[in-house]
Write a protein that binds this ligand. Structure first.
Ligand code: ATP
Length: 665
């Protein structure tokens, strides 16, 4: 009862946080000048944007053509054919009316109208047949085109360098590109419908001109305001959409945070329900406001268009009446003209609707093509000559390497030079944020240094074949991903290039102390590690870390980089893992990043980073004797294992190191 009361309470307006406070939490949700649209429209005017459309339509048709030539041709031919048949039908209708309004006996008039009636029936039948063929071809074409564009998008998103994900608004662009990918078929189809509509419109225009040229002007006056209003409304809608990317992603995140399993425990333990609902209300408040403003502007625009059209249509009919009274137009022609005006308005409504579609879908498709162009700049550079196949690792040389992340004032890694020889186990040590993972990512060829060079056997990494380098390197990252596959597949992902043999998978699991744990799962190695599927299981943090380490061991790579592989392991698993790492010593090369300094004592060389700079290097004993930063960190940690230990070493004070006394081993 109390709980119900409190949950009801949670939703009351009185509880909502001060908007200004929320604004400070989510400044990106403020309605910015971009969203008010004024400058945005100035930047991308309606007509300027139209200039791009032919190019976009061509690009979309090319995609469709690549996906399925036959179907693309059938859709194009039947759409335009159906449009022509509609125009032909209209001309036949006129002919029928002319015959029926002519003088003479009714029977003769009907007989005279029969050929035109037959033509009308044939045009209608052919049009219906074409529409059926078009629908059939279209149904087969849509999934093929969707697949073509979406696959290309994923080919790019999975290939771009990691730096792309740090680039400004890259994720927003990607979100809009996914929507844009869905627009390809829409763009192709509406472009063809537009062609068909234009054919119909042309037929009406010809029919009207034949009656009286002045009527064509009147017809344009009666139809253009609506066309303008419709295009303008489409433009407004697209701009609102384009400006709402951050908000949509934020909403999507909130949906996930409030509904998904991963966030459920923390949401409850910190009582985040109200906080998140408030965030949701805040985002939706902004969204609703923007949609209402849009609806107001769209309604105003279309109403003005409709009013002008109404007045202009009345003027056309008055003009027609005057011509009729004046004897300049016979009655049959006047009747045909009324039909033609109505047909023209219908045709123009179709054309306008299709232009609006082409425009809107074109804008979305432009997001897709724009993103693909932007992302292409982040694709790994192809070496001028084909990369050489690296020979067995002898030495990695890091030479004056720095990396500065975008929007950061200081370098994450700053002028680091070091050498790692084959067979060595080296450790990168330092406080949080000192640049260890960044340096390791550059050595693993996952990130490119801003300045400086990393060499594999004396040759810069860029000169080697990147795929070959990757197969010789295994990386266990600190922020590992829980892949939603079986335990066996989770380990096999460490070497997707080869047959996932069970004995190799089990051997790798054993080295990471994961074998027994996996065997105890309900389906052993075939247990699906995703609780969101029926029969799926989840693991503890330490159990996941064992699986991740097993993935790294699977290939027994020449170079293994392990970034914080034991942060969640129990002492026994940790010891087993480090034993497996020690087993590589002298045989293969390992870079180890860990804050558990007891585990780096055996390293051949320890590199100490501080604020991105390499401040110390050497073996454990040398570094302890030097009583520098490493000795300080080691002693602080060791003190926790020995209650009798003295205060930690403080090199600044010039106090001696505590090695030996405080050893946690
Ligand atoms: N993608 C990124 N974009 C911007 N800055 C980043 C990014 N990744 C890391 N940084 C910054 O670079 C610096 C070095 O980070 P790095 O992850 O290399 O440190 P670390 O020594 O591995 O830290 P830890 O011990 O906490 O794992 C930090 O100041 C961090 O905030």
């Amino acid at each position: 009862m109390t709980q119900t009361a409190s949950s009801t309470h949670a939703a009351t307006a009185a509880d909502r946080p001060d908007p200004a406070a929320t604004e400070s939490i989510l400044p990106e949700l403020r309605t910015t000048w971009w969203e008010t649209g004024m400058r945005a429209r100035a930047k991308a005017g309606l007509f300027a944007v139209f200039a791009e459309l032919p190019g976009l339509v061509r690009a979309a048709v090319r995609v469709s053509w690549r996906a399925d030539r036959t179907r693309t041709f059938v859709v194009a031919a039947t759409t335009v054919g159906a449009g022509l048949m509609a125009a032909f039908g209209l001309l036949a209708t006129q002919r029928v009316l002319v015959e029926l309004f002519a003088g003479g006996p009714t029977a003769d008039k009907v007989v005279a109208a029969l050929p035109a009636l037959a033509a009308l029936a044939a045009a209608t039948a052919v049009r219906a047949g074409m529409a059926t063929a078009m629908g059939y071809a279209q149904n087969g074409l849509t999934p093929k085109v969707d697949r073509e564009v979406e696959r290309r998008l994923f080919e790019v998103t999975t290939a771009v360098r990691l730096a792309a994900f740090d680039a400004d608004a890259f994720a927003d662009d990607m979100e809009r590109a996914s929507r844009g990918a869905d627009s390809t078929t829409g763009l192709v189809q509406s472009s063809m419908n537009l062609l068909a509509g234009l054919a119909g419109l042309l037929a009406v225009a010809v029919a009207v001109v034949v009656i009286h040229p002045l009527l064509l002007v009147a017809l344009l006056v009666a139809t253009l305001p609506n066309a303008w209003a419709s295009l303008r409304a489409g433009h407004l809608r697209y701009q609102t959409y384009a400006a709402g990317s951050v908000r949509r992603r934020r909403l999507w995140l909130l949906h996930r945070l409030m509904a998904e399993r991963d966030s459920a425990p923390e949401l409850r333990s910190y009582g985040l329900r109200r906080f998140l609902l408030d965030q949701y209300d805040r985002v939706m408040g902004v969204e609703t406001g923007i949609q209402l403003a849009l609806a107001r502007r769209v309604t105003t625009t279309t109403t003005v268009g409709a009013m002008i059209t109404g007045v202009a249509t009345a003027v056309v009919y008055v003009l027609l009446g005057l011509l009729l009274v004046d004897g300049q137009v016979p009655l049959a022609a006047a009747a045909t003209c009324v039909v033609a005006v109505q047909s023209a308005q219908r045709s123009l409504a179709v054309v306008t609707y299709q232009v609006d579609h082409v425009y809107t879908e074109g804008q979305h498709f432009r997001d897709y093509t724009g993103f693909m162009t932007r992302a292409a700049a982040y694709l790994p550079q192809r070496p001028k000559s084909p990369g050489a196949t690296p020979d067995g690792l002898r030495e990695i040389a890091v030479d004056a390497v720095s990396l500065c992340y975008p929007e950061r004032d200081t370098a994450a890694v700053d002028g680091v030079s070091l050498t790692i020889r084959a067979g060595q186990t080296v450790a990168f040590v330092g406080e949080n944020g000192s640049g260890k993972s960044t340096l390791a990512a550059m050595i693993a060829n996952l990130r490119t240094p801003t300045t400086g060079t990393i060499r594999w056997n004396g040759r810069p990494l860029v000169d080697w074949d990147a795929d070959e380098l990757r197969t010789r390197t295994a990386v266990v990252t600190q922020e590992y991903h829980k892949w939603p596959f079986t335990a066996a597949t989770n380990i096999a992902l460490g070497d997707v290039g080869t047959e996932p043999r069970r004995d190799r998978i089990e051997a790798a699991a054993a080295r990471a102390a994961a074998h027994d744990m996996i065997r105890e799962l309900p389906n052993g190695y075939e247990t699906l590690l995703d609780r969101t599927f029926a029969g799926g299981q989840d693991l503890s943090g330490g159990q996941w870390q064992r699986i991740t380490a097993a993935r790294g061991f699977l290939r027994d790579a020449e170079l293994l980089i392990m970034d914080e592989p034991s942060s969640a392991l129990d002492p026994r698993a940790e010891e087993a893992l480090f034993q497996a790492i020690r087993d590589r010593q002298g045989r293969a090369t390992t870079i180890l990043i860990t804050h558990r300094l007891a585990n780096v004592r055996h390293a051949d060389r320890i590199f100490v980073l501080h604020h991105g700079r390499l401040v110390e290097e050497g073996g454990h004993d040398d570094l302890m004797a030097a009583a520098g930063r490493y000795a300080e960190l080691f002693s602080i940690q060791a003190a926790g294992y020995d209650a009798t230990a003295g205060r930690p070493v403080r090199p600044a004070d010039g106090e001696p190191g505590a090695d030996g006394v405080l050893s946690p081993a």
